[in-house]
Structure formats: C-alpha cells, structure tokens
Write a protein that binds this ligand. Structure first.
Ligand SMILES: [Zn+2]
Length: 494
C-alpha cells in the first residue's frame, strides 16, 4: 500500500477562476499523484439579483452557461491528461447550494454528464456514472452554502473536505478560522459536529484554488491509501473513504485498530491494539489519538520527544521567496550537493498565485498558472528551479520550498548554490540553526535553509490498547511544529 497525494477540487479559467486548464494539468503532473480540475456548473437555488449581489450572481450564471457549452472539450482534455500509473486525472464539477451546502462531484468516468439536479442526492441518483459528492467549505452557516447535516448522506458522500483555502472546517477551535468574504465558520457546521451527530465519513482536503494551481502549498491536499497510482485503485480507495486530509506538508500517516484501518467501519474483538504513526516533513509537535473526539493518547514533543537522538536521516527545507515586487515573479535556480551522505528524496511545496474568487478589476489571464517549477534528484545532487511572488502580507506567505531528506551524520556537508550565492554547511551547524540570505539588496528576494530535523523528531509512533463498543469512533490528528497538520479519518466501530 502507498499513500498518494492529490487535489480533487481546484478551479481555473474554464469557469470563474483564472488560468488555463492545460497549464493546471501540466503543473499538477509535475507535483501531484492525481488531480481533478473542477468547473463550477450550477447553483439551483441561486439568489435573485438585488442591489448587493449583482456582480456575484452575474459571474456565476455566465460561468455556468460557459461550462454547459464547453463541457465536452474540458472532459476530453482532462481525459487525455490521465497517465495511469504515473499521474491520474479524475472528472468533476461543482454544485453550489444555499440549502444543501456546496458539493463537488468526482468521478473516474470520462462520460460524466452535467446533471442539473436540485440536490446532490438527485444528481447522484440520476447519474449513470460512478461518482461521489464531496461537501466542501462545510463550516459556513446553513442556508449560506455551509453543510446541512440534516440532509447529509454517507452513501453518496464518503469523504468530506475539512480543509481548503477557505480554512479549517474540522472543528470550531482549530487553526485556521475562515477569513474569506463568505464570512466566519459556524461551530454548528463543523466535521466534529457531524461526527457527534452520528454521521459517518472520512476526511479529505483540497485547495479550492481559483487560479488553476492544483495542490498549491498550504491550501490542502487529500491523501489516499491505495495499492498503486492507477485510476482504478485511487478511485476505489477514495470511494471507500481510505483517505485523510493534510493542510500542506505531505505527512505520511498510518492508523489502525485491530484489523481496521482509517476510514473503515467494523467490529473489534474485545481490547484491540491501536497503532498510530506519522512521518512528517518537520518536527512533529503533537500527535493525538482521539476516541469519540476526546484525546485518548497524546505524543507531545516537548514532553516525550526530549532528549532526542540527533542521528540521521534528516529533513531540511529550502524555502524561497519574499521580495517586494507584486506582479513579477522571481525565478530561482538552485541546487544542493551532498558530500559525505546521500539524498534520499524530496517533497515539493509549491505555491500558486493566491486567488479564491474573481474580482471585478481582474481580467482573465490564461498564464497566471504557468509557474516555473522543475526538480530533479540524484544520490548526491538536488536541483530545484521555481518562480515565487511577493508575500501577500507578513502573515500570508507566497513562498515555495522543497524539503530534502538526507542520509548522513553530523559531518555530512550540504553545498547550496542559490542563484549564484553559495552556502556550505554541515548537518551539525544546521541542527543548531537555520540560515537566511538575501539575493540582492534590502527587500530583495530571500532564501531560508531551515534547521535540520532529525528522524527522531519527524517520525513518531504510538501503540496503545483500547476496548471500544459499537458506536465508538477513533481518529488521529498530527501537528507539525511549523503549523501544518494531518487529520486522519475515523475508524467506526459497529
Ligand atoms: Zn469550489
């Protein structure tokens, strides 16, 4: 079994987002295992036009008309991008609904039709294709495109999107609140409340990006556990809810109880072993096993992780960006050479342009999502080229990074070449501090070589025993020191 990361809810210029479909698919292919580009297709109970919503209602209707005309060519382009075994595409479209909350329908079937139903259930019933209806940005208020738990159906919605560019809809207290123009999250519409009300579903995340950059770092990814990276296997696992949500970093998680794995329902015999493990991209600050939403076991790095071993392998992030130019991207050309050690892998954390909905002053721009990204790895050299943009605010980064995994010891040397600048550091130095530099002068683009994180801090596991009864459910949450998290789907006891 492998863990595969994708984005099944990402918008572009085929409806009211920005950037071409072709660019979106091409960039996804380089960074993700699978993806779906989602046109906005319908809003059966769209509000009547009034003095406040004229622009909003108009751009929605215009987009729905346009996808109605272009659906066939969109499907064809998405289908042609499917490269089974390497990069999988899925078909999808989105229904807004004031009453039921917004959903995106995802299907492996290239004959997926746009069905103009009044509810997600009606679309699912009338569809001749295999599909799921994934509720998203669930924590908006009911009647205002947040989830309607009274109408929720696990059979058509095995997965709920609990995190996206809108924020975190898992619970009301967790980081991050919703700050889009659609308003704050309502505590009554979170995933925790759905679970408390006895609804059964798995967790997923996707970006809901509106500038055609699937998997834009920090906006959410869905992790799927499947035997291979084929459409058939990924779809079977997604439909079965063998998924979890990550906010940005590709945290590898393992969570089981007896013979049941995350996302599964079943019975356990008496007391059963619960196994929880995570391999993260940064130090794991906390890992929590929850039973019926209450903590059952907690790993806390400040309590349990120290004193830790500084033995390798190590994870080191090279973060690039900053600068002061809003419009123009900055092209990075970097490499890292490893001396006295071996490079084992890398993880791309690449940011697209940050857009969540259209605005009157913004024109269509097909190439807004044509963002340079190339990476390659050998045993001793990692090459990384990427384009970055100015941070939106000091609390809203637009940086991109790559996390490399280095096998070696404290004397291993990393030789960085960053747009002509050289940085040469031992792991011993990087275990103590990060290193930053500016490319040109004050307020120019900058880089940061993050501190080295040893395996004992980024890889954690817990094994406990518990005797659950029918109706109990268990899930896992993992929090990295840098704020990123994984929310691993519940195991439901029958
Ligand atoms: Zn959307």
């Amino acid at each position: 079994m492998g863990i595969f990361f994708g984005d099944v809810h990402c918008h572009c210029g085929i409806t009211y987002g920005y950037g071409s479909l072709e660019n979106a698919l091409e960039s996804a292919r380089k960074r993700l295992d699978f993806c779906s580009i989602t046109p906005h297709a319908m809003w059966p109970d769209i509000p009547e036009i009034d003095q406040f919503n004229r622009y909003l209602v108009t751009y929605h209707k215009e987009a729905f008309d346009r996808i109605g005309r272009n659906w066939e060519s969109v499907r064809k382009t998405v289908e042609e991008a499917n490269d089974d075994g390497r990069f999988v595409t899925l078909h999808s479209y989105e229904m807004h609904s004031s009453f039921y909350g917004d959903h995106h329908f995802v299907s492996p079937d290239p004959s997926l039709e746009l069905i103009y139903g009044k509810s997600p259930a009606e679309v699912a019933a009338r569809s001749r294709c295999d599909l799921v209806a994934i509720p998203h940005h669930i924590a908006y208020p009911s009647g205002y495109r947040g989830i309607n738990w009274d109408e929720f159906r696990s059979d058509i919605s095995p997965v709920v999107e609990v995190y996206s560019k809108h924020g975190l809809g898992l619970n009301d207290a967790g980081y991050r609140e919703y700050y889009h123009t659609m308003g704050p999250r309502d505590g009554r519409n979170t995933a925790y409340v759905g679970l408390r009300r006895g609804k059964k579903f798995s967790f997923g995340a996707s970006t809901d990006h509106h500038a055609g950059f699937p998997g834009s770092y920090g906006d959410g990814l869905i992790a799927v556990e499947a035997p291979s990276r084929t459409r058939k296997d990924l779809w079977t696992a997604l439909k079965a809810g063998r998924t979890y949500a990550v906010t940005g970093d590709r945290i590898l998680c393992d969570f089981s109880m007896g013979s049941l794995r995350f996302g599964e329902s079943g019975a356990v015999d008496g007391r059963a072993l619960i196994h929880a493990a995570a391999k993260a991209s940064d130090e794991i600050a906390r890992m929590v096993i929850l039973k019926n939403l209450r903590p059952l076991a907690i790993y806390d790095s400040e309590r349990d992780g120290l004193p830790h071993s500084c033995e390798g392998p190590y994870k080191i992030r090279l973060e690039l960006g900053w600068g002061d130019d809003k419009e123009k991207g900055f092209e990075w050309d970097t490499s890292v050479r490893c001396i006295g050690g071996k490079l084992k892998g890398y993880e791309p954390c690449i940011c697209g342009r940050s857009i969540l909905s259209p605005s009157e002053d913004m024109k269509q721009n097909d190439n807004i999502n044509r963002i340079l990204f190339n990476a390659s790895l050998t045993d001793d050299t990692f090459s990384f080229a990427v384009e970055t943009y100015k941070n939106i605010s000091p609390l809203h980064p637009q940086t991109s990074s790559a996390v490399i995994e280095v096998e070696g010891d404290k004397d291993t040397v990393l030789d960085f070449s960053i747009n002509g600048r050289t940085e040469r550091h031992t792991i011993k130095e990087l275990l103590e501090t990060s290193i930053c530099g500016e490319v040109l002068s004050y307020a120019s683009c900058s880089y940061k070589i993050h501190r080295a994180v040893p395996r004992s801090l980024y890889e954690v596991s817990m094994d406990i025993e518990d005797g659950g009864a029918s109706g109990d459910f268990y899930h896992m949450e993992v929090y990295e020191r840098n704020g990123h998290a994984a929310f691993v789907s519940p195991i439901f006891l029958l």
